[in-house]
Design a protein around this ligand. Structure first.
Ligand SMILES: CC(C)(COP(=O)(O)OP(=O)(O)OC[C@H]1O[C@@H](n2cnc3c(N)ncnc32)[C@H](O)[C@@H]1OP(=O)(O)O)[C@@H](O)C(=O)NCCC(=O)NCCS
Length: 193
């Protein structure tokens, strides 16, 4: 699957993307991606091999002009209902988004996320998209809000990704944002009026 926007192409990862991905994953900017850290270009090459079969849910964000991989965006289908049985429909998605620091603040994340949400709602059966973001992650919060996601709540000391210097878990306060397909459709209609 390939998703095209004005300035970007979202496409599956390729082996040749290792160097570009290493550039932003050698030092993940936020704690929630600490486990994605790549320690060498070789590790990046191995990571690209693992990503090769994924063609529908996880994409490299590339510049149309030159083809550089400047980040990634993806989300896998989940059954949203907490008590859903085996027949529960996987109609809920929670995106992961991340850009190379050198390409932030240029509207690329919004452009990619808007097209990705459109794809999930129109082609992948999404009914609800939700995002978790740490309270101090202002750029991610701003992105959720620009996409028209509602702030649904704040979970205090919800999760720990890293440890404090004394070895105890460092818990993060997490905000949840979400948007339903009907809200997205209404919002898109509004943009054409
Ligand atoms: C979260 C993240 C993807 C957001 O990226 P971003 O570049 O800040 O987001 P945007 O693409 O919306 O760009 C923001 C700014 O670009 C500028 N911009 C918008 N459109 C533009 C355009 N067409 N041309 C130039 N600049 C533009 C604006 O100043 C905009 O800010 P504003 O709308 O608040 O005024 C990025 O900060 C990141 O990768 N963070 C690290 C990973 C992370 O935290 N992921 C989320 C974990 S929960």
């Amino acid at each position: 699957m390939i998703i095209e926007t004005e300035r970007l192409i979202l496409r599956p990862f390729l082996e040749m993307d290792a160097a570009d991905v290493y550039e932003y994953l050698k030092e993940p900017q936020v704690n929630c991606f600490a486990c994605m850290k790549l320690n060498s270009l070789d590790e990046a090459r191995e990571e690209m091999k693992k990503r090769l079969g994924e063609t529908e849910h996880y994409f490299a964000v590339t510049l149309k002009d030159g083809g550089k991989v400047i980040g990634e965006i993806g989300a896998y289908p989940e059954t949203g209902e907490p008590h859903g049985d085996d027949n529960a429909v996987p109609d809920t998605f929670s995106p992961c988004w991340m850009l190379n620091e050198n390409y932030q603040g240029k509207g690329y994340a919004f452009e990619a996320a808007q097209a990705f949400f459109d794809y999930l709602f129109s082609q992948k059966g999404a009914r609800r998209i939700y995002a978790y973001t740490e309270d101090y992650n202002l750029s991610s919060r701003r992105l959720c809000e620009k996409l028209g996601m509602r702030r649904e709540g704040m979970f205090l000391e919800f999760i720990s990704f890293v440890k404090n210097p004394d070895g105890t878990p460092r818990y993060e306060n997490t905000l949840q944002y979400a948007i339903l397909k009907k809200e997205w459709d209404r919002q898109q209609l509004g943009t054409y009026i």
